[in-house]
Design a protein around this ligand. Structure first.
Ligand SMILES: *[C@@H]1O[C@H](CO)[C@@H](O)[C@H](O)[C@H]1NC(C)=O
Ligand SMILES: *[C@@H]1O[C@H](CO)[C@@H](O)[C@H](O)[C@H]1NC(C)=O
Ligand SMILES: *[C@@H]1O[C@H](CO)[C@@H](O)[C@H](O)[C@H]1NC(C)=O
Ligand SMILES: *[C@@H]1O[C@H](CO)[C@@H](O)[C@H](O)[C@H]1NC(C)=O
Length: 379
C-alpha cells in the first residue's frame, strides 16, 4: 500500500514536471507561435470565410482635399513627352532611387532597351524610372550633378520632391499613377517593377500582345498574396500599427517586385487614389486597398516572382516573366535568357517531357524554395 502510494506520487510528480516543461517551452515560443501561426490562422479564416473588405471604403476614405495632400509633390525632374503621339503597348515604371545609377544603366542596356524592343519585337515599350529626392542630396553635390547629366542624356527620369525612403514607397506609387494619368493615359498596359528585378521582355511582350488581341480589360496580374496578415512586430520592416490598419487580413495584392495592370485599371486605380488615405507605407498592400475601392481583383501568373529568384535553366527562361533580386547578373541573365537556344526548347514530345522533368526538379522541391510555384512545371 505504501509503495503503491509512493509510485503514484512519483508518477504525478513526473506528469507535473513534464507539463511545466511543455508550458514553459510554449511560453517562450509563444511570441513565435503567435506571429507565425495565430496571425495566419486569423487572416486565412478572415480571407476565406468572410472575405469582405467593405470596411476599406468606409474607413480609409478621406476627402479629396485630404487625399490630394499625399500625392501633390512638385516634380524635380520630368519628361512629359515620353509617350506623346506613340502607340505605347506598355509603360513600365521602375521604382528607383537617385543613387542607383548602376542599376538603371544595367536595365537600359538589357531588358529595358527600348530600341531592342521596337526592333526585335515590333512594339513600343516605354521605360521610366520613378524616384523621390535623395535624403543626402543637399550634402552630395556630385550626386545631383550626375543625376542631372543622366536626365539630359537619357530623358527617362521622373522625380518628385519627397524623401526617397522605404517608408515613402506609397508616395512613389501615387507618383506613378498620377504621372500615367497626366502623360500616358493611352498606354495599353502599365507595369511597376523594382530596380533589382529582371524582366524577360520578349516573353512579357508576347503575353501582353496576346491579351491585347483578345481585348482583355480589368486586368491586374502578378504574384498574388492572398490573406496576408499585417505584421505587428515593431522590429519588422513591414510593421503595421494597429491604428493604421486594425483588421486581421490584408486585401489580396500582388508582390511589389513587378506587376501589370491594363490601361482601364490604371485609370480606375488613379480615381480611387483621389479619395483614399495614403499614409499606409507598404506600397503593394496599399495597391490592394486601392483595388478594393476600384472593384478590381488580382490574378495569379505563375511566372511572375515575388521575392524569389529564378532557377537558372533554359526551360525556365522559355516561360519566365519576372525574377527578383538581380544586381550583378542582369547582363548575364539577359544574354542566356534571350539566346536562340532557348526558343522552342520544349517543343515536340521529347522537348516537352524533358522540360517538364527539369522544371519539376527545379520547382517542386518539398521544401519552400521561394521561386516559382510547382504549378509552373506543368504550364
Ligand atoms: C467600394 O466602392 C467602389 C466604388 O464606389 C465599389 O466599386 C466597390 O465595389 C466598393 N467595394 C466594396 C468592398 O464595397
Ligand atoms: C555622392 O554621390 C556619388 C554618385 O554621384 C557617389 O559615388 C558618392 O559615393 C556619394 N558620396 C557620398 C559621401 O555619399
Ligand atoms: C516622406 O517624404 C516627406 C516629404 O519629403 C518627408 O517629410 C517625410 O519625412 C518622408 N517620410 C519618411 C518616413 O521618410
Ligand atoms: C490617415 O491615416 C492615419 C493613420 O491611420 C491617420 O493618423 C490620419 O489621421 C489619417 N488621415 C486622415 C486625413 O484621415
Amino acid at each position: 500500500m505504501l509503495i503503491n502510494c509512493r509510485r503514484v506520487k512519483k508518477w504525478h510528480f513526473l506528469q507535473l514536471v513534464s507539463m511545466c516543461c511543455v508550458m514553459s517551452i510554449l511560453m517562450v515560443c509563444w511570441e513565435h507561435v503567435d506571429h507565425h501561426v495565430v496571425s495566419h490562422v486569423k487572416s486565412y479564416s478572415y480571407r476565406y470565410l468572410i472575405n469582405s473588405y467593405a470596411f476599406i471604403n468606409k474607413s480609409l476614405s478621406v476627402s479629396p482635399e485630404e487625399a490630394a495632400r499625399f500625392g501633390s509633390f512638385p516634380y524635380l525632374l520630368n519628361n512629359r513627352d515620353v509617350c506623346k503621339d506613340k502607340d505605347v503597348l506598355l509603360l513600365l515604371f521602375v521604382k528607383s532611387s537617385p543613387g542607383n545609377f548602376k542599376r538603371r544603366q544595367a536595365i537600359r542596356s538589357t531588358w529595358g532597351d527600348e530600341s531592342y524592343v521596337s526592333r526585335e519585337l515590333g512594339v513600343i515599350v516605354k521605360v521610366v524610372f520613378a524616384m523621390g529626392a535623395n535624403p543626402d542630396a543637399l550634402t552630395n553635390k556630385s550626386l545631383l550633378k550626375d543625376l542631372q547629366k543622366e536626365h539630359v542624356n537619357h530623358g527617362d527620369l521622373v522625380q518628385q520632391d519627397f524623401l526617397d525612403t522605404f517608408h515613402n514607397l506609397t508616395l512613389k506609387l501615387l507618383l506613378q499613377f498620377h504621372w500615367t494619368h497626366e502623360n500616358c493615359a493611352h498606354a495599353r498596359f502599365l507595369m511597376t517593377a523594382d530596380d533589382d528585378v529582371f524582366i524577360h521582355m520578349p516573353n512579357l511582350v508576347r503575353h501582353l500582345q496576346d491579351l491585347r488581341r483578345r481585348n482583355v480589360r480589368n486586368l491586374w496580374v502578378g504574384h498574388v498574396h492572398r490573406g496576408a496578415p499585417p505584421i505587428r512586430r515593431r522590429d519588422s520592416k513591414y510593421y503595421m500599427p494597429f491604428d493604421m490598419y486594425q483588421w486581421s487580413s490584408y486585401p489580396d495584392y500582388t508582390a511589389g517586385a513587378g506587376y501589370v495592370v491594363s490601361g482601364d485599371v490604371a485609370a480606375k486605380i488613379y480615381q480611387a487614389m483621389l479619395s483614399l488615405n495614403a499614409s499606409m507605407h507598404i506600397d503593394d498592400v496599399f495597391m490592394g486597398v486601392c483595388a478594393i475601392a476600384a472593384g478590381v481583383s488580382p490574378q495569379e501568373h505563375v511566372y511572375f516572382s515575388g521575392e524569389g529568384k529564378t532557377p537558372y535553366h533554359p526551360c525556365i527562361y522559355e516561360k519566365m516573366i519576372t525574377s527578383h533580386g538581380h544586381e550583378d547578373d542582369i547582363r548575364y541573365l539577359w544574354k542566356v535568357a534571350t539566346s536562340p537556344e532557348v526558343e522552342g526548347i520544349s517543343s515536340g514530345l521529347v522537348g516537352k517531357l524533358y522540360c517538364t522533368a527539369v522544371k519539376m526538379m527545379l520547382l517542386c522541391k518539398p521544401y519552400f524554395t521561394n521561386t516559382y510555384a510547382c504549378m509552373g512545371a506543368f504550364t
